[in-house]
Ligand binder design. Sequence first.
Ligand code: HEM
Length: 154
Amino acid sequence: ATFTEKQEALVKESWELMKQNIQELSLHFFTTILEIAPAAKGMFSFLRDSEEVPQNNPKLKAHAVKVFKMTCESAIQLREKGEVVVQESTLSYLGAVHVKSGVIDPHFEVVKEALMRTIKGAVGEKWSEEMGCAWGEAYDQLAAAIKAEMKQAA
Ligand code: HEM
């Protein structure tokens, strides 16, 4: 399946909108991850030792931004090249970090679901099925690249 200009635009426009409120977005994203999979708490250094999801944690924000931003970049690449290519050094780092943190493949579905719910909540009436599919496709391809690298790193 080809990734269309329309799909790319849907992802880019919604990200432009969402990143204006990155603090709240990050918090909502992680709160949702823990709603879906409470046990994931133990994997994240910034969640492990606190009762609640911290309001102003730079590491939490960094992870949320990475997931959103890299998915958005993947959407652009999918439209331009028909595939997602992550820079080799970035990819090997991502593989290593996630293996070391105890991340396994099914966790990527949890994060995908949290990503979708967060986008839906953030864009409000701009949400469409088509927008969700575009984000989902871009995320799946990025996740596949990271998972493949994790197998190398394991
Ligand atoms: C760390 C990106 C999916 C759990 C990181 C880091 C990046 C990243 C860039 C390093 C952060 C840093 O060094 O500051 C991504 C991307 C993902 C993804 C782009 C998907 C497209 C996941 C999933 C999980 C996960 C599915 C598990 C639920 C973690 C954990 C760390 C980490 C536990 C270590 C963070 C810490 O404790 O400080 N990720 N990640 N990630 N990631 Fe992910």
